[in-house]
Design a protein. Structure first.
Length: 337
């Protein structure tokens, strides 16, 4: 395997910003070369990979560089693949062995003529496993089902990540202590313009239905705010194996904005469950909506749903306190084995 064309994103030379130790570099190679002499890190910030490698050959190496360089590389690669579109690309390699075959004789980081330690490939597979095997729930960070899911997941040592739409902020708790606490849980991942555009293009490629329209037609006319809210759904689903959604099912059709993520889950072959706000019961998609027992969490689960299950000043169609408490009980039960 060569890290080119469809696999170019695996190369350390791949141009996409990488943040490490307080600096933002143009690529992972620049970040790595800078660590050879941290006091000169600023000199590497605006260099491409080739330029950084050239400069890296001239600096005085930090103490114990040879003993620590693989660990440093691993930490940089974790950061490189934090952006949602790159994480999705890495996870999409499945269990494919990642080997940097090269023609320039690097037998430490790669493999040449079938010989080499392939340390970069091994680091990439380690990072792939890290992102794939770390218990995580992903939501959209909205006040409502998203924040409730996070509050129940955190005490169970499950990572909570909220995909915040491009150009938007996570809402506050509007002065309510419980809502404020629930909104404080988890890591807020603010999607960049590039992450947003990648999601839009992928959803168009999938021909995913959004609000009753094909994705291409929808995004052509949607406002930036509406487009961002729907595009973030892509990562909630793409980076997980199972979708648990709290929303309504009426006459076999999922309602509300949550329908975008639910439909994406079905299209992408994920395991999809809905806690129906109409009757408070779980349903499982098996070619149609079938009544189900309480679902189990996957290692990576999209936990999403309607804003209307929480009462706050801008809430539309609040379901009522009794139904809110009942649905909360059903949601919390998911985390009880």
């Amino acid at each position: 395997m060569q890290f080119r064309q469809n696999y170019a994103f695996l190369s350390n030379m791949y141009q996409y910003p990488v943040e490490f130790n307080g600096y933002v570099y143009t690529c992972a190679e620049a970040a790595f070369q800078a660590q050879k002499c941290p006091e000169r890190s600023a000199e590497f910030v605006n260099l491409n990979g080739v330029e950084a490698k050239k400069l890296g050959k001239t600096v005085t190496l930090r103490d114990n560089w040879e003993q620590n360089k693989v660990e440093i590389m691993a930490n940089i690669i974790v950061n490189k693949f934090y952006p949602a579109h790159l994480r999705f690309a890495l996870l999409s390699t499945g269990d494919t062995p990642l080997v940097e075959d090269n023609t320039w004789g690097d037998k430490f980081w790669g493999r040449c003529n079938g010989v080499g330690e392939n340390m970069l490939g091994r680091v990439l597979m380690y990072v792939r496993n890290f992102y794939r095997d770390t218990p995580t729930i992903i939501s959209g960070g909205a006040l409502g089902a998203d924040s409730v899911w996070g509050a129940y997941a955190a005490p169970c040592n499950i990572n909570v990540e909220h995909m915040i739409a491009y150009g938007q902020k996570r809402p506050s708790g509007y002065g309510n202590p419980q809502r404020a606490y629930e909104q404080s849980i988890g890591l807020n991942h603010y999607l960049s313009a590039y992450e947003h555009q990648f999601a839009v293009e992928y959803m168009i490629k999938l021909n995913a239905p959004i609000s009753g329209k094909p994705a291409q037609q929808f995004f052509a006319s949607a406002s930036p705010v509406t487009a961002g809210l729907h595009a973030r759904n892509f990562y909630q689903v793409a980076l997980t194996d199972r979708v648990l959604a709290v929303t309504n099912i009426t006459n076999g059709v999922v309602g509300g904005g949550t329908a975008t993520a639910v439909n994406l889950g079905i299209i992408m072959g994920k395991d999809v469950y809905v806690l129906n706000t109409n009757d408070g019961e779980w349903y499982h998609w098996v070619g149609g909506w079938q009544p189900s027992d309480k679902p189990q969490l996957a290692v990576r689960t999209a936990c999403i749903g309607s804003r209307s299950i929480v009462n706050y000043p801008k809430c539309r169609g609040y379901i009522g306190e009794d139904k809110e408490q009942y649905l909360r009980t059903k949601m919390q039960a998911v985390f009880v084995k």
